[in-house]
Every structure is written in structure tokens, then in C-alpha cells.
Design a protein around this ligand. Structure first.
Ligand code: ATP
Length: 363
């Protein structure tokens, strides 16, 4: 059991940076923390580990207050981006190190090392030194060193960032598998959206020390709470068009286009009459439509500027007046550049944000 509750945590650094959060992490959950550089991801992890003295607030593990407990007393193991293996020790000795230091007997240590090596596919490498291993194997030894203690909670700070793309993909599924086998509550910090979307039970999106939204990958992608989350989750990011509303018509700023907004969002049209909103849509939600009408879709037009073939799809960079947008299209249907391109967005794929608060107002 390891259910973690962070109650009204507040950490203020000398330089004025402030991290504030209230967060409940479920037992056995795989929680991923994402956000731009400097938003406080590592700070949150260090607070949970007990490596950072908090200014205010309480932290509970399974209902027990742990503010004054060390990482070891909290039953927490951390894995960092640098594997920090001892170069002169072999894999067996690296994994056994902590247990040896704590004075466990040889037979017990051997049993644990062998069990752990089996889980991690390292049984054939126990005699090797770190320099004789690949990056992915080193990372597995680092994971092994942590799981050998049967921690209740795993904290991982960008553990895959030193690996190449192929190794990351392999290790991603290995970490999920290890999580399934150990059942330890896991909190995982990453910059990588694919890691966040594919690994997480829930994702925490942070900005400037504050939590913006906590939800499943599906919730964050389809129901972002605000413009920041909408723009942060998804690659390429969501397109945003600033609009002013007047008597049911939306006038897209920076270009000559307008459309019947009242037909799509009657409530918002009356609530926000004579005010500004931001219209959002994802690059992959569109279809190019030529002169055809597409039912239940908003048809817009953009001037194509640049195309990028990615293999299974293509990005089209285009302008709507001053607004630069990205459209994602099939590689078999890439529009020519410097042309007018009509595209359709299903009504159900449109997002509306308050231009003042940036909060989502249509979900
Ligand atoms: P990155 O993705 O770049 O690793 P992050 O989201 O993990 O960033 P943190 O390392 O948590 O961000 O840092 C958040 C902010 O807190 C930083 O911008 C920095 O100004 C401040 N900070 C972090 N550690 C300290 C410290 N020990 N002393 C003073 N300020 C700190």
C-alpha cells in the first residue's frame, strides 16, 4: 500500500520561485509529471522524496504524516537521469551495494540480486562492469538497484533521457512491465510527451510551480482545462485563433474570415457577446476538403507555406492572415505550397477559451 497525499504544499526558494500544490496519488498508480523546463517538476519529486524541506503543508503516506521522515523511512527509492552506477563494481555488486551496506547476509542478498536480475533480464550480465553495458542495460541496473529494496514508492526523474530513441521505446515498455510486477506507486517526471501519454495512469501538468490539470491522458487530450494544457499536450500543438464575437458572428482576428458562431455555441455567443474568445483545434482533427462542404464541420481557408513529410503523415504550415497554423494531413494528400487550402474541422473538435482567463469554456 502506498497512497500519497500532498496537502496544501508550499515551497518557496530564496530566489522567489514558489511551488504550490495539493495532490492525491493513488496506491499503485503510475503518475507522470510534465511541464516546461523550470516549472517545478523536480521540486515536486524532491518534496515527495523528503530531499527538500517544505515551507508549508503536510505530506501523508497511507495516512501517516511523513514531513519529518527521511527518504528511507518513507519507503521511497529514486532513479535519476544519470544512472550513477559505480564504475569499478560489476552488475551484481552494483545491485547488492545498498543491501551489503546495511549488513544483510550474503545468502539473502544473492537471492534478491538474482530475483531482481531475472525481472530485468540482467541474469547474463551480472559479472559485467558498467562500461561493458549498453545505455539501456545501465538504466536497468539503476532500476534494479532501486527495486531490490522493494520500495513502496518509486520516484523517477527523466530516467530515459540519456538513451537513444530506440532504447527509450524499449525501456518505456520495460518500466511499465516492472511497474506491473512490483505494484509500487510510481511518480515519473519527463519532458517527453510520448512517455507521458503512453505510460501514465494519470498525468499532472505543471506551469510556474502550479498544477494546471491532473487527469488521464485521454482527459487531458480531449478535455484540456485551459489553453496552456491544450497547447502543451499534443504534438504538433493545438492551433489557436483569437476571435471577437459580435451578435453571434465570430470575427477571426488578423484575417478577413468570419463565421456563424451562434449556430455552434449559442450559449457562449450570448454570454461573450462583444467580447474576445480563442478558438482552438488540433492539427490532426482537420480534413482538407477542396470545394466540398463537409457536414457538421466548420470550413476555414488558409494559405499554405511549407510542407513536411513525416512518413505516415505530413505537416502543412499555413497562414490565416497573421495567424500561423499547422494542419496534419495524409502523406497521399499533401496540398501544394503557396495555395489556398480549404479544410474542415468537425464541430465536436472545436475548443473555445476565454481570452482573459484562458480557461476552456465549451466543455
Ligand atoms: P527541468 O525540466 O528544467 O528539470 P523542473 O520543472 O524540474 O525543470 P525544478 O528543478 O523543480 O524545475 O526547478 C523549479 C525552479 O525552482 C527553477 O526555476 C529554479 O529557479 C528553482 N530552484 C530549484 N532548485 C532550487 C534550489 N535548490 N535553490 C533555489 N532555487 C531552486
Amino acid at each position: 500500500m502506498a497512497q500519497i497525499y500532498l496537502e496544501k504544499i508550499n515551497k518557496i526558494y530564496d530566489n522567489g520561485f514558489q511551488a504550490v500544490f495539493d495532490l492525491n496519488i493513488n496506491d499503485r498508480e503510475f503518475l507522470v509529471i510534465v511541464g516546461p523546463s523550470g516549472c517545478g517538476k523536480s521540486t515536486m519529486l524532491r518534496i515527495i522524496a523528503g530531499l527538500e524541506v517544505i515551507t508549508k503543508g503536510k505530506m501523508f503516506i497511507d495516512g501517516e504524516l511523513v514531513n519529518n521522515k527521511t527518504p528511507k523511512q518513507r519507503g521511497i527509492a529514486m532513479i535519476f537521469q544519470s544512472y550513477a552506477l559505480y564504475p569499478h563494481l560489476n552488475v551484481y555488486e552494483n545491485m547488492a551495494f545498498g543491501l551489503t551496506l546495511e549488513g544483510y547476509d550474503e545468502d539473502f542478498i544473492e537471492k534478491r540480486v538474482k530475483e531482481t536480475a531475472l525481472v530485468l533480464g540482467l541474469s547474463d550480465y551480472l559479472d559485467r562492469k558498467p562500461r561493458e553495458l549498453s545505455g539501456g542495460q545501465c538504466q536497468r541496473v539503476a532500476v534494479g538497484r532501486a527495486i531490490i529494496r522493494y520500495p513502496k514508492v518509486f520516484l523517477m526523474d527523466e530516467p530515459l533521457s540519456n538513451l537513444d530513441a530506440k532504447q527509450r521505446t524499449t525501456m518505456r515498455s520495460e518500466i511499465i512491465e516492472i511497474h506491473r510486477k512490483t505494484n509500487a506507486t510510481t511518480i515519473y517526471v519527463t519532458h517527453d510527451q510520448v512517455e507521458a501519454m503512453t505510460m501514465a495512469d494519470r498525468i499532472v501538468v505543471m506551469k510556474d510551480g502550479y498544477i494546471q490539470q491532473v487527469g488521464t491522458p485521454h482527459e487531458l487530450y480531449f478535455h484540456p482545462a485551459n489553453r496552456f494544457v491544450a497547447g502543451f499536450i499534443g504534438d504538433p500543438p493545438m492551433n489557436f485563433l483569437p476571435c471577437s464575437l459580435s451578435n453571434g458572428t465570430a470575427f477571426i482576428k488578423g484575417c478577413e474570415l468570419s463565421f456563424d458562431f451562434k449556430k455552434l455555441f449559442p450559449d457562449i455567443a450570448s454570454r461573450y457577446n462583444k467580447q474576445d474568445i480563442i478558438l482552438g483545434f488540433r492539427p490532426e482533427a482537420i480534413t482538407t476538403c477542396g470545394d466540398k462542404d463537409v457536414p457538421n464541420s466548420l470550413i476555414l481557408a488558409a494559405q499554405t507555406e511549407l510542407t513536411e513529410l513525416l512518413g505516415d503523415n505530413a505537416n502543412v504550415y499555413a497562414y490565416m492572415g497573421n495567424n500561423r497554423i499547422i494542419l496534419r494531413v495524409s502523406p497521399y494528400n499533401i496540398p501544394p505550397i503557396n495555395c489556398n487550402c480549404n479544410f474542415a474541422i468537425p464541430y465536436t473538435s472545436l475548443y473555445v477559451f476565454d481570452a482573459q482567463t484562458n480557461m476552456t469554456i465549451n466543455s
